[in-house]
Design a protein around this ligand. Structure first.
Ligand SMILES: [Zn+2]
Ligand SMILES: [Zn+2]
Length: 476
């Protein structure tokens, strides 16, 4: 519209609104509606939307229809219905809401989901028209609500009706993006998550897949198969991840998966006892409502006694950060070999010194040198030891996350203080190291708010939750 039109509206406003002129009374609304109607063919949505802040409980199309009726009655003119598909502002986009919703539903017809969110990309021209409409009628260009917001809401409501699912503005299972100009409805399926604890019952299995560094996982050196990994591309043929995640990915019919562990034990260490918390994240799952008990036995059958999982439950995305970040303490059992004979009394005395000790550890030689070297302080909360013979002992340590156990025993050439070797005055080496538990320092990993209803029933779904902890990195 033109400036002249806007002036006319302002004049009409003054004529009809009488005393107060604060823009809030019915005559003002009618005058504005007349001006909007004079702008060209409008649908009821676009006529009502500049008044979206008035009269809670109405849709904009109801506001538009009501105004159209009111103007016709006030002026005693013939009623003319809204322009619908011929609307100059939205070009009839609201006529297509059902179609958009159907297309959204079709895009994810093969997927299980319970929650969704809709985003809308409105043509820039329509957004510009939406502002022009108000300006030409002498209204605030931001009056009511923007086109995009209404379209988003209307499509969103309709998607919910068509699919029988609920809106989730936080992290829905499915996100739709409606691009009106491109005439495209895109769907993004968010990942699903399974929590559990694993035990690793054989040595020389890394937690996650370990690509061969000589061939960078390709399995080839030029034209030849890589010598280092025998062409497999992996330094170790299997990992906890490879023994578990593919089953979860398969059952959920996903396209990929990621293994998130609460810290990791050494490749040559066993993980025993109550196991280590982990989350397997499955990308683009077609199935979410899975039987976790059955999944558990499927994983255990697949892992063939090398790895065992328990307490599998569906969990929220937040559990990924929790297993990675929650402070944890760990319990270890170390098989120790001495360089000279040790007596029961010597061992008992040294162990008593270590029990409860604050340990200073300069970054061990064996640790990845890309890490900055520094001195860490960790507490050995509880240390016990038993002599197997004069040259061998079994030592158990309950320590803070990050306490290097091999160095606590050997002293690492003086880099760890105190140490068992230092206290005994003989060489001491860990020949086998097992992790017995990984527990949250201040609270259990398994807080109920991180779990989804998973059809596990009330059986033993919390048999693991009773005293679990969590952890971040321990030994590596
Ligand atoms: Zn319209
Ligand atoms: Zn290789």
């Amino acid at each position: 519209m033109t400036d002249t039109d806007a002036d006319a509206v302002a004049a009409g406003d003054a004529d009809t609104s009488g005393e107060d002129g604060d823009g809030g009374d019915f005559d003002d609304v009618l005058a504005a509606a007349r001006a909007l109607l004079a702008s060209g063919p409008l649908c009821d949505h676009c006529l009502g939307r500049p008044f979206a802040e008035r009269s809670f409980g109405l849709g904009n199309h109801e506001r538009g229809h009501g105004l159209r009726v009111a103007v016709a009655l006030a002026d005693d003119t013939d009623f003319e219905p809204g322009a619908a598909g011929d609307c100059w502002v939205c070009e009839g986009v609201f006529e297509r809401v059902d179609e958009f919703a159907e297309r959204a539903a079709d895009a994810v017809a093969d997927y299980e989901y319970a929650t969704y969110q809709v985003g809308t990309r409105v043509p820039p021209l329509a957004e510009e028209n939406d502002r022009l409409l108000r300006e030409d009628a002498g209204m605030d260009p931001d009056a009511g609500e923007p086109l995009r917001k209404e379209l988003n809401r209307e499509v969103g409501k309709r998607v919910g009706q068509v699919t029988g699912t609920a809106v989730d503005f936080d992290r829905p299972h499915v996100q739709f993006l409606l691009d009106v100009d491109a005439d495209r409805v895109e769907a993004t399926v968010n990942s699903a998550h399974v929590y559990g604890r694993y035990r690793k019952l054989e040595r020389d299995i890394p937690q996650t897949e370990w690509p061969c560094s000589d061939c960078r996982g390709s399995g080839r050196q030029g034209r030849e198969a890589c010598d280092t990994c025998d062409g497999s591309g992996y330094l170790y043929p299997e990992s906890v991840q490879q023994l578990t995640a593919p089953v979860v990915e398969d059952v959920m019919e996903g396209v990929d998966s990621t293994f998130h562990g609460a810290g990791r034990e050494d490749v040559d260490a066993l993980m025993l006892g109550t196991g280590r918390p982990f989350v397997i994240e499955v990308d683009e799952p077609r199935r979410r409502e899975i039987d976790v008990r059955r999944l558990e036995s499927d994983v255990n059958a697949f892992a063939d006694g090398k790895v065992e999982v328990e307490g599998l439950r569906l969990c929220s995305h937040e559990m990924v950060a929790r297993v990675k970040e929650l402070d944890a303490t760990k319990r270890y059992r170390a098989a120790v070999e001495f360089g000279a004979d040790v007596t029961e009394d010597d061992l008992a005395e040294a162990v008593a010194e270590l029990d409860g000790a604050t340990v200073e550890q300069y970054t061990p030689n064996r640790v990845d040198h890309r890490r900055a070297s520094m001195t860490r302080t960790r507490v050995a909360h509880e240390v016990t030891g038993e002599l197997d013979d004069a040259r061998h002992a079994t030592v158990e340590v309950h320590g803070d996350g990050g306490l290097y156990i091999k160095e606590l025993i050997s002293g690492d050439e003086g880099r760890t203080e105190p140490s068992l070797a230092g206290l005994l005055g003989v060489d001491a080496t860990v020949t086998a190291l097992d992790v017995l538990s990984v527990e949250g320092e201040d609270e259990a990993f398994e807080q109920p708010e991180f779990f989804l209803e998973d059809g596990r029933g009330d059986g033993d779904s919390d048999h693991v939750a009773s005293d679990d902890g969590d952890g971040d990195g321990d030994e590596e």
